[in-house]
Write a protein that binds this ligand. Sequence first.
Ligand code: DAH
Length: 378
Amino acid sequence: MLTGDPANNVTEAIFSKLGVRLHTQAAHPLCILKSAIYAYFDARFGEGVFCQLDELHPLVSTEQNFDQVLVPPEHVSRSPNDTYYVDSRTVLRCHTSAHQVEVLASGRRAFLITGDVYRRDAIDATHYPVFHQMEGVRVFGAAELAGQADASAWCAAELKEVLEGLAAHLFGPVPVRWVDAYFPFTQPSFEMEIFFNGQWMEVLGCGVMQQAILEGSAPGAEGGRAWAFGLGLERLAMVLFGIPDIRLFWCGDERFTRQFKPGCFRAGGAASKFSSFSKYPPCNKDVSFWLPAGQAAVAAPGAFSENNLCEVVRSVAGDLVEEVRLMDTFTNPKSGKTSAMYRVVYRSMQRSLTDEEVNALQAEVRARMVAGLGVELR
Ligand code: DAH
């Protein structure tokens, strides 16, 4: 545990990820993708025009993570069910947007922030409690906007053009569509989707920065406008390189790492495809239980929630867990109690697991569910 603070919900497993910084390891696919995005911005705007920041520390204040970017007081992302709290005023950043204000305040007017971000979440092939984001911001001064009847619309159009160029740089000539979205920090807000591998895929969120954020943090920005975007590197890297499971980014297995070399990304969707090493068999374990009487679906630490269950399973099994899936739930009309059945899928990326080993893991998971989440096993 990081602290003895009652609000602390950062497990050892999560704490051990701080400082790994996969996005700074030159031969790692996340760093290769980051460099490919840097190359696009350097080519389009001139070398170094977008300042590249990837050393900002993931431990931030709740003020940085939420208040400075106008996340409302009741927003779910503030809940300890979704976010890792070190104490009541310090979190592991859940997005790179947490740094927008400090970087604007330092006087930067165009920048890319890359970093590891942390979220309590479900467990499956595309979700891991640590992942990496890149945040981009560009500010236009009042002088640059002179003569624009609608500065916000002009800014949004420029944003879309830049990001469509980025999509083409990464994926080649793909169809792009824009979907209206909501983010507290932008207005208007959009999501960019591309048509790739036969389906529409969400690539990033973006929009015109809320004027209160810009004018409140960037000296001299009155009357200016800014755009911002945030994208998840894992999801893009999985698609571009054909990586089937998010745990592979962390495995350090030589059969994975030797397939990537700095610069092996070729613009226009010609990234080298990862060739999967053999898959070992999965082992499924089901667990059925009664929720604590009268308990709401989402709860504080120490009660049952799906995220808390996933945290328990990860704490016990680490990267040997592939998925935690709700199979069934019902409420007994007489007692009013709710039952749930979850399937835990164990599988190693590197070897076959033995029955004894999986049984021992599952026994430990069950014990901790009773002790830590207050459920009654059936
Ligand atoms: N922070 C958002 C997230 O984590 C992503 C995002 C959306 C960043 C829109 C932005 C933005 O800067 O303008 O989901």
